[in-house]
Write a protein that binds this ligand. Structure first.
Ligand SMILES: C[S@@+](CC[C@H](N)C(=O)[O-])C[C@H]1O[C@@H](n2cnc3c(N)ncnc32)[C@H](O)[C@@H]1O
Length: 465
């Protein structure tokens, strides 16, 4: 096969050029062209006319920054956040919210048609938020020295340089308050930030989690070592300054890694978990357990899963990658018998507790990798429906293989990554499943991310949907 020819770069690093932005890349950056050579410019949207400075030139595309917006696109809005241009967290704050939702739907359609090869997939309009800000119930702030001062913030786009912040428009107000208080106290007590390059220093991250239902706060300090002198004083001062605090935990991570949390967590003060609520169900969440970052939208997502799952009184269901059981318990409440599978033991502990908290008896939880647990579970008896809610990389091929062999009539796939979703749905479609409907939910307003709930069912003459 002939090698694919790339357009020769027609720009050089440092060059200034006028650009008409005509599209958006899948990470939410605007795309313009110089002699048909694609240039990606973060912070722009289609319709913008800008003066750009070329920052990087690769074989098949370049990257540029904005020097000046010459003419704004109709959908451009002023970002809420003062560090929107610097911080890597939000890619779409400069785009009107309605346009964000339309773009996200198209992103899903494009992934399904290009990667999944589905023709005209049924993708519903994205379910957005009435007030798309202040939604994040969990934030992880790296700590470092900026200009010789202790700083907590977010990483500058595409780097590991910390942009100090005092508040973030997308974060729950209680996390913003904790950020300000803990930043001040860490500097006052003189706790030394971790240095990624030398591996020295003690405090790596501040992680804040919030129960939106109860306005309660959990603070987790990720430390490079178990013993931290001054920690008792820090806890005491945090308790005095933050009446909403219910838990202070320490997580120890001594590895030279980008992974934020280590294996060991201990509660320094307070309850071992927060209690959040979704659709009238209570969820205990311990420091290391996964929980959707947007509780309001998570409730909508769980409703959609229940609708697609069509649970009856005898339904046998699986919740693969079950976390703290948020989906499993919604299904069990409808009368299904559900088995949840999850790899993090603490999350399984939370899920079992959550079943008790909600007086639900029809859910059991097994700790392990879905890849290894699923085949055995499928041999135990027939299953009517399965939910898949894997991490961003999607399902391992063994998981899809086991599902195809078992021919479970109905699958509900929940995904935060349209690309791996499209790849996995294509494998399932190839093996005999039909793609029925896709419901995107805006779990992450102002960012380029989107969550999808997908219904698939086996091709069969009987009417399933
Ligand atoms: C996207 S989260 C979904 C959690 C849950 N369904 C919810 O909505 O809260 C993915 C979950 O899969 C777990 N996980 C990751 N890899 C896994 C694997 N190979 N087997 C089982 N669980 C896994 C993670 O710990 C995480 O809890």
């Amino acid at each position: 096969m002939a090698a694919k020819k790339h357009k020769q770069p027609s720009v050089t690093v440092g060059q200034q050029t006028e650009l008409e932005i005509t599209g958006l890349g899948h990470a939410g950056e605007g795309v313009g062209r110089v002699n048909d050579f694609a240039i990606f410019v973060p912070g722009t949207i289609p319709g913008d006319q800008i003066l750009a400075k070329i920052q990087e030139v690769k074989r098949n595309h370049g990257r540029a920054s904005i020097i000046k917006v010459i003419r704004s696109a109709a959908g451009r809005v002023a970002p809420e956040c003062v560090v929107a241009g610097d911080c890597g967290g939000c890619q779409l704050q400069h785009m009107a919210y309605e346009s964000q939702l339309e773009w996200k739907r198209q992103l899903v359609v494009d992934a399904l048609t290009r990667i999944g090869k589905f023709e005209e997939p049924l993708v519903q309009p994205v379910i957005g938020m009435a007030h798309p800000c202040g939604y994040r119930n969990k934030v992880q702030y790296p700590m470092g020295l900026v200009g010789g001062k202790v700083a907590l913030g977010f990483y500058r786009r595409g780097t590991h340089a910390i942009v100090p912040i005092e508040e973030c428009a997308n974060t729950h107000p209680l996390c913003n308050k904790a950020l300000q208080v803990v930043s001040y106290l860490l500097a006052e007590i003189g706790l030394v930030p971790y240095d990624e390059i030398t591996g020295d220093g003690l405090i790596r991250h501040l992680v804040c989690r919030v129960s939106t239902a109860h306005n309660q706060l959990m603070v987790i300090l990720v430390t490079n070592g178990k013993e931290v002198s001054g920690m008792a004083k820090l806890v005491e001062k945090m308790r005095a300054a933050l009446p909403e605090l219910v838990t202070v935990a320490q997580n120890v991570n001594t590895k030279r890694t980008n992974v934020i949390m280590g294996e060991k967590t201990r509660i320094l003060w307070g309850a071992p978990y927060l209690i959040e609520e979704l659709n009238g169900l209570k969820f205990a969440i311990s420091p290391r357990s996964f929980f959707q970052v947007n509780s309001e939208q998570a409730a909508i997502l769980c409703h959609k899963v229940v609708e697609y799952a069509k649970i009856g009184q005898r339904t046998r269901a699986l919740d693969c990658y079950s976390g703290t059981g948020s989906i499993a318990l919604h299904l069990a409440r409808e009368g299904a018998h559900v088995i949840g599978i999850e790899v993090v033991p603490e999350a399984i502990g939370d899920a079992k507790l959550n079943a008790e908290l909600n007086h639900i008896s029809g859910a059991e939880f097994r700790v392990g990798r879905v890849e290894s647990e699923l085949p055995g579970i499928l041999e135990e008896g027939s299953v009517d429906m399965a939910v898949l809610d894997p991490p961003r990389k999607g399902c391992e091929s063994e998981v899809l293989g086991a599902l195809l062999q078992a021919k479970i009539p109905r699958l509900v796939y929940v995904s935060c990554n349209p690309s791996s979703l499209a790849r996995d749905l294509a494998i399932l479609a190839e093996g005999g499943y039909e793609l029925r409907e896709v419901q995107p939910v805006d779990m992450f307003p102002q960012t380029s991310h989107v969550e999808c709930v997908v219904l698939m069912s086996t091709r069969s003459p009987r009417r399933i949907f």
